[in-house]
Write a protein that binds this ligand. Structure first.
Ligand SMILES: Nc1nc2c(c(=O)[nH]1)N[C@H]1C(S)=C(S)[C@@H](COP(=O)(O)O)O[C@H]1N2
Ligand SMILES: [Mo]
Length: 221
């Protein structure tokens, strides 16, 4: 039954291939690297239904007439948008989870905004750009490697659940970086800086982990 053997062989091959793929991804392991490995809740987190407000206690007063977002540093195309220009950029909707280092996670947040990928397309970082630094209007900063910034789920959000993001949560525009603890998600974003060298931000120089991957539980240090 050469033909049957061939079929069986093909089926087995498929099974082996998918198991091998699982092994590469670390599937069914808990909270060890690789997307396939992920249970939804990172280690040490608990889900909440509300959305806590956390910041430095200084919520800037923002006038949309004067609002501006600047992209500078190591890019071919330095750009800035005022509010009207920003609203005219193509917007995308994404649903992602929040994981805060203070151990709460909030599932299924519906964001509207401009994906980081689109900002990369428009500004074109130079080859030597390897890191980025977000600047908030309150003076807050937080850093990411360019590769993490380029994740397809990173968004400059101006809407949450179909409504404008409130000033408390960083409106008119805040960053959301779902694959990192939430301190990497700068509120009141006013500047995106591309850098050759890493430049740790506000919490990163105060004992928080430089990378902040919740799946690796990179909280402090
Ligand atoms: N500009 C700015 N962004 C910030 C912060 C801040 O103090 N200023 N705090 C960070 C921290 S520590 C957290 S947990 C989240 C909280 O966002 P939320 O208040 O919308 O929950 O924002 C992050 N982004
Ligand atoms: Mo935080």
């Amino acid at each position: 039954m050469a033909e049957d053997d061939g079929l069986l062989g093909r089926v087995k091959r498929k099974l082996v291939d998918s198991k091998e793929k699982w092994a590469r991804e670390g599937r069914l392991l808990t909270a060890l690297g690789g997307k396939g490995a992920r249970t939804r809740l990172p280690p040490g987190q608990r889900p909440v239904k509300n959305w806590p407000v956390l910041d430095l206690g200084v919520q800037p007063d923002i006038d949309l007439e004067r609002w501006e977002l600047v992209v500078d540093g190591l890019v071919e195309n330095k750009l800035s948008w005022n509010w009207a220009d920003w609203r005219n950029l193509p917007h995308t909707r994404m649903v992602t989870d929040i994981h805060c280092v203070t151990a709460w996670s909030r599932y299924d947040n519906r964001w509207d905004g401009v994906p980081a990928r689109h900002i990369l397309d428009l500004t074109r970082p130079l080859p030597e750009a390897k890191h980025i630094l977000f600047h908030g209007l309150d003076g807050y900063t937080t850093n990411l490697p360019l590769a993490a910034f380029a994740d397809p789920d990173v968004i400059f959000a101006d809407g949450w659940e179909g409504e404008p993001i409130t000033p408390h949560h960083g409106g008119p525009v805040r960053v959301v970086v779902p694959q990192r603890y939430f301190w990497k998600s700068a509120k009141w974003i006013c500047r995106l800086e591309f850098l050759a060298e890493d430049k740790p931000g506000f919490w990163e120089v105060r004992g928080y982990h430089n990378a902040g991957d919740p799946w690796r539980e990179e909280r402090y240090g």
